[in-house]
Design a binder for this molecule. Sequence first.
Ligand code: CA
Ligand code: CA
Length: 391
Amino acid sequence: MTGRFHKAGIAVLGALAWAALAGPVQAIITYNDLVPPQTPNNSVVGQWGTNAGLVAISPDFAITTIHQSVPLGQSISATYAASMAAVYFNGIPYYPQLVDWGGGAGQTADIRIVRLYSDSNHTTPANLTQYVGLYSTPNETSLSQVVLGGMGRTRGAALTTSGGVVYGYQWGGTADNNNGIHWATNTISTTQYMQVVNSSDRSYEIGGDFTPAGTTGATTYEGMSADHDSGGGVFGQVNGQWYVMGLLNLVTTHTPGAAWFNPPDQFYAAQVSSYANWIYTTVNAVDGETLGLSPIPGDANLDRKVNFADYVALSDHWLTTTGNSWATGDFNGDGIVNFKDYVELSDYWLTTIGSLSPSGLSTAPAPPAPEPATLALMALGALGLIRRKRA
Ligand SMILES: [Ca+2]
Ligand SMILES: [Ca+2]
């Protein structure tokens, strides 16, 4: 795969010099025009100028990528980060101010934080009613499904082999760009620290593949990002709430632009969990606003600590198949409390992330190292099972 995936182009840059193709309406690029039944509200993703998007994370704040302002080869500097365009949520204009960019001291993440106002003088706060929380734990690859949402190009003509087999789709014409939000599903298969624009600019990223329909690993509404989807989001639902886990920013390149599923193209997004601490504290420092953070896997009682109280909730419902929820230890939402949920709790055992000062938030994409306490938990788990059987 790495042989063919010789470089990752930046989806948002430049109008391509090729004729606009008539094509169906649906993109982010999908196999068909079906829309996932469960997505964040359409108004969570806004339009950034004519070539990108942004994601609302509170009534008055949003995050987007930086590279839609940066020429190829240039570093992501404050000058480029400060480049602002009109933004629209649900067709209503808002006026952004740069708050911070890059992910904190010494970081070059393709993320900027903006504060939104409803007037061009920046006096009246935007007061958005639709927004999502920040995904706060670096376990994106463990989720069975994520949702992609962006404003980019729609699906163009099918690409076929000489034998007539469809292997991908060209990107639709620029007239399709930024005319509305499009959704798809996928899974996150990788986390990487990788180049975004300039060779010295790197972001922690999450990524996935445009897996062929009907093959192992393809989601029902499988799709991937295309040109001008940058700044749109990768979203995950945890305990019934939506969280942004990435800002779409890179895709495999073809000339002309296209999305292949055979072999699968890759998409990447700046990883929010690696920068959640920075986003949270930066916004909080501006006006005291408290952002939503996704629950820690295993934290049944939502006190942002994974400890014995949570273990008891899981143990009390061990191997039950009805009436379950996050509060009863069903952390993966499949209705059953079993070993899969136990593994999530075990992975985050004794993890503490304060709700008001989340200094303990992980800033690395790798999962936490196993701790000695896990062994103790395993022993407790065995005891719990024995007790259940005797009951
Ligand atoms: Ca807890
Ligand atoms: Ca479960």
